[in-house]
Design a protein around this ligand. Structure first.
Ligand SMILES: [Zn+2]
Length: 341
């Protein structure tokens, strides 16, 4: 079996690996599609030095069940599935008190355990979810983003017609904005990159604001002076965190959200002045089934994020290009990989 691993930060190489069924609840998956994102590249480049190498990167993948350790009511050979990138430890105080969603020590694909840039994966039944026929593989790779967005919405004060400002305009931000519309809120997506603002418009986001055009004033005008009733700061946006607190209304929740996170400085004095509630969301645990339903119901439109498919032979070259762009602090697209070739 083959995979692609990081043995040294900033480099990726093809490798051989073995995957054996491990325990009665284990399941072997033939991976079919994976999505390499900026978060994965941040890990590959060593932004978080606590990661132990070697590790196989990537946390977004879909596949097909190739073997089950024993017959079960949930999955059988041939079922199409999406893989969860996180699983709770089962032994920390949160897990022991029945709150695995607050686990102290999640295992994270591509970070604390091998991720999915490989042809086969063995995992526990509890980490895979069957996909309905109507959700195609190319869309299913975005379920991780949808689950993360739902975890963010759990922390927000989302009411009908409430204004939710999103600082950052990457694909995750755009998906979050679409789901907010589905929940009848009014998202306002803020970014400095015109290309991201255009992508959001194409996805049906009505309010987009450029950081180059007095965003505070714009938000005041859109909200009739009330400012945003909640704010989401996308950790990979590269934008000033102070804006999140400036555009929030008094007592509003401000959520920092993303799978990876550069060092961020937060102006606590601005938060204190408005008694802002700050919280952080770094995974979509507990929301995979709801995320699959959102795609099955066609509640959001993923066509603006469509990507060309990269074949296995080109993975190293394409990921190296992403690494180089990341190191030069230049933007780059996600990479959709075909793991069947
Ligand atoms: Zn735990």
């Amino acid at each position: 079996m083959i995979g692609w691993k990081v043995s040294e930060f900033g480099k990726i190489e093809k490798t051989k690996h073995q995957e054996f069924l491990d325990g009665l609840d284990s399941v072997k998956i033939k991976l079919t599609r994976a999505l390499v994102t900026e978060d994965d590249v941040a890990y590959v480049c060593g932004e978080d030095k606590s990661i132990k190498l070697p590790v196989i990167p990537v946390r977004f993948a879909v596949g097909q069940v190739s073997e089950v350790a024993q017959d079960n009511e949930f999955l059988k050979k041939g079922d199409r599935v999406v893989l969860s990138s996180v699983s709770p430890c089962g032994s920390c105080p949160s897990c022991e008190s029945g709150k695995p969603e607050n686990c102290y020590n999640f295992s994270v694909a591509g970070k604390t355990v091998d991720g999915f840039l490989k042809d086969f994966a063995v995992t526990n039944l509890s980490n895979v979810y069957a996909l309905p026929q109507s959700v195609k593989d190319g869309d299913a790779v975005y379920i991780e983003y949808v689950a993360l967005a739902l975890s963010v919405i759990d922390k927000l004060n989302v009411k009908k017609s409430s204004h939710v400002a999103i600082i950052g305009g990457n694909v995750f931000a755009s998906i979050l904005a679409q789901i907010l519309i589905y929940y009848q809120a009014v998202p306002i997506l803020i970014d400095e990159k015109e290309s991201n603002l255009r992508m959001a418009k194409k996805s049906g986001i009505y309010y987009t604001v450029s950081t180059n055009s007095k965003p505070e004033k714009e938000i005041a005008s859109i909200t009739g002076g009330r400012m945003a009733s909640s704010v989401v700061y996308v950790t990979r946006s590269g934008l000033n965190t102070e804006l999140a607190y400036k555009i929030a209304s008094h007592n509003a929740p401000v959520v920092f959200a993303g799978y990876s996170y550069p060092t961020l400085k937060v102006p606590m004095n601005v938060a204190l002045a408005k008694q802002i509630q700050t919280s952080c969301v770094t995974n979509g645990y507990g929301n995979y089934l709801s995320a699959i339903n959102i795609l099955a119901n066609k509640a959001i439109d993923l066509s603006a994020y469509a990507l060309p498919v990269t074949q296995m032979d080109d993975i190293v070259e394409e990921v190296e290009k992403m690494i180089s762009r990341f190191n030069d602090k230049k933007p780059f697209n996600n990479l959709l990989v075909d793991l069947l070739g």
